[in-house]
Design a protein around this ligand. Structure first.
Ligand code: CA
Ligand code: CA
Length: 303
């Protein structure tokens, strides 16, 4: 029978790495409630707490890693995000000189924001809707560990706002046990995450983890009730968009039985190629996605 586990936010890592000892072992089909830290591990508590110094341990922790029994290279995890419960308070911030408008951002600034029901309170009078999402989700890569600040074919810091409640993230298994990590929840984030910083907040994420045997994946893939979403990342924006698009044209050929030319044409008419994160200049690659309606895939499959 499937079990439910709880993993404390004391169990965090700053890289996804096959040498990390598992914080928890689960059986495929189990559910885990993961307590996640905000991107600064709880060190930002008031408007006067600025991001003007490096975090002592690193930034962007992921809770984990979770060993999935029986997972082996060539398999995939299907991680269903069932709920995201946000802490009462999070923060937004500017780092001087950083992000897409870094040339205009002369000073550091932090603003604590409160979560009130399904709204964020920004200052006294302004409110906007929460849009909870998971910024970091991934498995340990086959080679050396990768910082939880970075994205890659193992997942990691993808900052894809479709990874919210009701979505399922398919991740390649690269090492025995998979070693899943998840963190960097945002209460809301606009596409681009242009300052480098979403609405960073502690949370509890309820996720059910399934194992798909012999399910080779080149990169993470996301399913929502409405869409299939491929992913890309690269320091160059065009290359990053191209990777997500290539993944999508392959998905369409495979699932819809289309030729390359038909899939490419249909993509141009009906698929959105979008940016998840583009907060350069800086060390972080651009992350991207291509989004297709599941209904269109299904119509193609029947044709
Ligand atoms: Ca992030
Ligand atoms: Ca973040």
């Amino acid at each position: 029978m499937a079990s439910t586990h709880r993993l404390s936010r004391q169990q965090i890592v700053y890289s996804l790495d096959q040498t990390h000892a598992p914080a928890l072992e689960i059986t495929p089909g189990d559910t885990v409630v993961l307590e996640t830290y905000d991107a600064r591990t709880g060190t930002i508590q008031r408007d006067g707490d600025l991001l003007d110094h490096a975090h002592p341990q690193g930034a962007n922790p992921a809770t984990g890693p979770i060993l999935v029994r029986g997972a082996a290279p060539g398999d995939a995890l299907g991680v269903e995000i069932q709920r995201i419960d946000l802490a009462p308070q999070g923060f937004l911030a500017v780092k001087a000189g950083m992000g897409l408008l870094g040339h205009l951002a002369k000073d550091f600034a932090t603003r604590m924001v409160q979560i009130e029901g399904d709204q964020v309170r920004f200052g006294e009078h302004l409110r906007f809707p929460i849009r909870p999402m998971v910024g970091v989700i991934g498995t340990a890569p086959a080679g050396p560990g990768i910082s939880t600040g970075m994205p890659g074919s193992h997942g990691g810091n993808m900052d894809n706002r479709y990874i919210g409640p009701g979505s399922k993230v398919y991740l390649p298994v690269n090492v025995p046990g998979a070693l899943l990590g998840l963190g960097d929840v945002h209460g809301a984030m606009g596409d681009g995450e242009i300052t480098f910083i979403g609405l960073e907040i502690c949370a509890e994420v309820t996720a059910r983890v399934e194992l798909l045997k012999d399910f080779p994946l080149r990169r993470p893939l996301v399913e929502t009730p409405e869409y299939w979403i491929t992913t890309g990342d690269h320091p160059d924006t065009t290359q990053a968009l191209r990777i997500a698009a290539e993944e999508m044209v392959l998905l369409m050929q495979e699932r819809m039985g289309l030729s390359f030319a038909d899939a490419y044409m249909l993509m141009s008419a009906a698929v959105d190629v979008q940016i998840c994160q583009c907060c350069g200049p800086g060390e972080f690659p651009v992350t991207t996605r291509a989004v297709i309606s599941k209904a269109l895939i299904e119509r193609g499959a029947k044709a």
